[in-house]
Design a protein around this ligand. Structure first.
Ligand SMILES: Cc1ncc(COP(=O)(O)O)c(C=O)c1O
Length: 221
């Protein structure tokens, strides 16, 4: 099977007729941050991912950073993740003053639950499995480990919108799921973009509180 490389210029030509009126509508509304289109997108994203809530962010990196911050992760905390990923999976942990701890992956490049257990210390606060190339990790084992050790699970679902495991969509397994809508991702924006999903109302409210775009959006209503 031939898998064609992504051609963004070609994609624009295919979608131009449909997208131009929407772009015109947004630009003529004067509401350039948030607005009804973003609210509608958030509710569609939540529905698509099988979660109660979704919040659009400036990027997948922002999504991960906000998720960690909302869960109270910061200085001196440790977060277990995998090193075979884009730099943001680990850099967002360091950005908040916490320490990324790398656990090894299995032969399918998924975070190995046995290796996670070896890395848990009293400083560990969360686990970030990365669903590389749409491949969802060992979520039920990871959730068991998290429950046993009172840890949060944040899914780095930047590369996995629409992936399913046991009839559940990526991003809906852990406490918070983080997606990228970078132009090279399957759901792509014309610029940096991302979103967060969760089923937890308390986290959702906090995510909105810390998400700069949401504040600005309120100012425009
Ligand atoms: C696994 C993974 N995590 C996080 C990110 C960060 O997303 P963004 O580029 O939207 O900040 C990416 C982007 O490539 C990614 O592939």
């Amino acid at each position: 099977m031939i898998i064609k490389r992504l051609d963004l210029k070609k994609q624009w030509h295919i979608e131009e007729k449909k997208l131009l009126p929407i772009v015109k509508n947004v630009l003529s509304s004067g509401i350039y941050v948030g607005g009804k289109h973003i609210l509608s997108l958030e509710s569609k994203l939540a529905k698509y991912c099988g979660t109660k809530y979704a919040v659009c962010t400036n990027s997948g990196t922002d999504a991960l950073t906000i998720a960690l911050h909302v869960l109270g992760i910061g200085r001196d905390d440790e977060v277990i993740t995998q090193s075979n990923s884009f730099i943001a999976s680990a850099s967002c942990i360091a950005h908040l003053g916490a320490k990324p701890i790398f656990a090894d992956v299995d032969e399918n490049r998924r975070l190995d639950p046995n290796e996670i257990e070896k890395k848990i210390t009293r400083k560990t606060k969360a686990i970030i499995p990365v669903h590389l190339c749409g491949d969802i990790g060992h979520m039920s084992l990871i959730k068991d480990i998290a429950k046993k050790n009172k840890l949060y699970v944040i899914e780095d679902a930047a590369q996995s919108i629409g992936s399913k495991l046991n009839n559940m969509k990526s991003g809906s397994f852990g406490d918070i799921g983080c997606f990228s809508a970078h132009p090279l991702k399957n759901l792509n924006a014309a610029g940096d973009s991302g979103f967060i999903v969760t089923n937890n109302k308390f986290y959702y409210d906090k995510i909105k509180f810390f998400n700069k775009s949401w504040f600005k959006r309120q100012g425009q209503f």
